[in-house]
Design a protein. Structure first.
Length: 223
């Protein structure tokens, strides 16, 4: 069993769905850390609904900028890493971009960083984490060309880029782009890595967090 995993949330913070999922990880990891931009204070329930649209997400982003912002969130990640021994980091959106920046300063002995739809790293392509990194990109982003960012990141040997047919927010049940299959696949991988259970025969077996294993798993799933 791996000792510790950190979950770094997106701009939605700690939602009821995410909290339930994180609780389920506690039977697989000795320590589970959950970091939100809002100091563990959830968003108002009125901002969370099952029929999110782009206007709703813009309001939540404005709330994130007002309450925290990207620089402060990066500092929060640095503080978490400095105070705890963490084997794996799973981060989403703004949280993934904040983790990217934090891990460029120091690996903090992190074994594997998994960043999902880290759109803000397009502004920080001159740095890279000092640990094994898997970046899961959506099929497209409204503000930049995903393929161009991936082309730049491919120069970093420790970074594995995985482009998917999913959209930004695929893991978040409150996002307009939530994808249940993608959510299940990533959740399954995180559990399997903690317990070192046998993966399907066509997936490479390794006792450590393995970026190549994650890339192969997703590639085979979406092909």
């Amino acid at each position: 069993m791996h000792k510790s995993i950190a979950i770094i949330t997106d701009i939605y913070g700690i939602t009821p769905a995410l909290s339930t999922w994180v609780d389920s990880l506690k039977s697989h990891y000795q320590h589970v850390h959950l970091l939100s931009p809002y100091d563990d204070t959830p968003l108002d329930e009125a901002m969370l609904n099952s029929e999110q649209n782009e206007q709703d997400e813009k309001k939540i982003y404005q709330h994130f900028i007002a309450q925290c912002g990207h620089d402060l969130y990066t500092n929060k990640v640095r503080e978490l890493m400095s105070n705890h021994n963490i084997d794996c980091v799973l981060a989403f959106s703004a949280g993934a971009s904040a983790t990217w920046r934090a891990l460029a300063d120091d690996s903090y002995n992190v074994e594997h960083f998994i960043g999902c739809y880290p759109s803000q790293i397009r502004h920080h392509l001159d740095i890279s984490p000092t640990c094994n990194t898997s970046l899961i990109f959506p099929d497209s982003e409204p503000h930049f060309l995903v393929d161009d960012v991936i082309a730049t990141l491919n120069d970093y040997s420790q970074v594995q880029c995985i482009k998917t047919p999913w959209l930004h927010g695929f893991f978040n049940q409150y996002s307009a782009h939530f994808n249940a299959s993608a959510n299940h696949l990533l959740s399954q991988f995180i559990v399997q890595q903690s317990t070192q259970q046998n993966l399907p025969p066509n997936i490479l077996q390794n006792k450590a967090f393995d970026p190549l294993k994650l890339k192969q798993l997703i590639t085979e799933f979406v092909s």
